[in-house]
Design a protein around this ligand. Structure first.
Ligand SMILES: *Cc1c(COP(=O)(O)O)cnc(C)c1O
Length: 405
């Protein structure tokens, strides 16, 4: 398989982009879906912001270095990756906080309806954020499994909130069909794009989506805890009312007025002062991913995961695949079920193959297409086969749980 891998790498139009990332020697990084790799340009960009803009410019940099516009500027760069207009997206806060603002905004736009519909097993924070609003008496949570969502859309539902690519299995929702079903029932739609943005094209305008949010530190390579982004369709800007009415969402923050007046556009989604250092790192990642382009990234991600499965088959491996077997029905990952997925994952990490474990029995391998090679696929499959042949996953040292898995 190695010869084939080298051939595929030689004809890969994205192969040069690997040099634009700093990856440690001896590591095959299959967890870019959890924390994206470091773009080589990030440290210098950060140093410039810290030393020049902060150190020298001090407070003047809010104007001189355009810090004030940064969230909107980066949002406009994320927009084409997700099929949005530049003024519909802003980089701010975390996905969790953006969910809170957008769910609340949706509830305000659907008076008389309180149900937020999602699926069981959605990413925990998505469900927890509904729960928090429920505790305040502001929302009612309803969870329906994939096949049952359409029938659960009755006229109590204010918002259908789903994650496009499932974090555990990579299974995709048909965004167009689900959005239409929700609209037909008089509900709004909020898409969590955390596992799609930067790995595959998304067309928010094309499917007529109302709201979306997504992660900056996964495929966008913005660094640990990078700011997230939020999208609101332009048709909703005039009627938008989100509850975190901080001064950065004010129409004129520096008027220092006693009355809150929401900014007319997407800036209303901002709450407190923008995290400039985090945004500076995020911008480098977004620029790089945008330069490569999401269509090419998605094509390569599908080719990588298909090749990985071929390599596993060549080693005679048959782990239970919980991701869809058709590459166009999944995001940029493959997840396998195993009774000791934790030990399996640790044994791989000890060999330099970094994937992750998702409770209780899932080994998750992410294929970030911007910096992985076909060679890495062949090598990772070989390590997996060896871990199995030697039953390394049984070893005691691989079965002690750390806090972050
Ligand atoms: C990673 C991820 C998040 C992260 O939320 P934060 O509040 O930014 O930590 C949310 N939703 C999904 C689906 C994710 O995969």
């Amino acid at each position: 398989m190695m010869t084939r891998a080298f051939e595929l790498d030689a004809s890969d139009p994205l192969s040069d982009y690997r040099q634009r990332f700093t990856l440690p020697d001896g590591v095959i990084y299959l967890d870019g879906n959890s924390l994206g790799a470091l773009p080589t340009a990030t440290p210098a960009a950060m140093a410039r912001v810290v030393e020049n803009e902060w150190g020298e410019g001090l407070i003047r940099s809010w104007n001189d270095a355009d810090w004030f516009e940064m969230g909107g500027r980066i949002g406009a760069k994320i927009a084409p990756l997700i099929g949005a207009q530049p003024d519909e997206v802003i980089a701010c806060d975390t996905v969790s906080v953006n969910l809170f603002k957008l769910i609340s905004a949706a509830l305000a736009m659907r008076p008389g309806r309180k149900v937020i519909l999602s699926e069981p097993g959605n990413f925990p924070t998505d469900i927890y954020m509904i729960e928090g609003l429920e505790r305040q008496g502001l929302a009612v949570q309803r969870l329906a499994s994939r096949g049952r969502i359409t029938e659960a859309l009755d006229d109590d539902v204010a918002l259908l909130m789903l994650t496009h690519a499932h974090y555990k299995t990579g299974e995709l929702f048909d965004m167009a069909a689900m959005t239409k079903a929700a609209h037909d029932a008089g509900a709004l739609v909020l898409w969590d794009l955390s596992h799609s943005t930067g790995a595959m094209p998304v067309d928010l305008n094309g499917v007529d989506a109302d709201f979306a949010t997504g992660c900056g530190y996964k495929y966008l390579c913005g660094g640990p805890g990078a700011p997230a982004f939020a999208y609101v369709a332009e048709r909703h800007h005039a009627g938008l009312a989100q509850p975190l009415t901080g001064w950065f969402g004010h129409a004129r923050p520096f008027a220092f007025s006693d009355e809150y007046e929401a900014a007319p556009g997407i800036e209303q989604l901002q709450c407190g002062t923008s995290p400039i250092l985090g945004l500076a790192a995020l911008e480098v990642g977004v620029d790089l991913i945008a330069e490569i382009g999401v269509d090419r990234l998605y094509a390569k991600s599908q080719a990588l995961s298909e090749f990985f499965l071929e390599c596993m088959a060549a080693h005679g491996m048959s782990l239970e695949l919980v991701s869809p077997s058709q590459s166009d029905e999944r995001g940029s990952q493959l997840s396998f079920r195993h009774e000791n997925a934790y030990g399996l994952c640790q044994a791989l990490i000890a060999r330099g193959v970094i994937g992750d474990f998702r409770d209780p029995d899932i080994l998750r391998l992410g294929f970030a297409p911007a910096y992985l090679r076909f060679e890495d696929m062949a090598e990772a499959a070989r390590h997996l086969a060896e871990v199995f042949a030697g039953e390394e996953w049984r070893r005691e040292e691989f079965n002690r749980r750390a806090a972050v898995t």
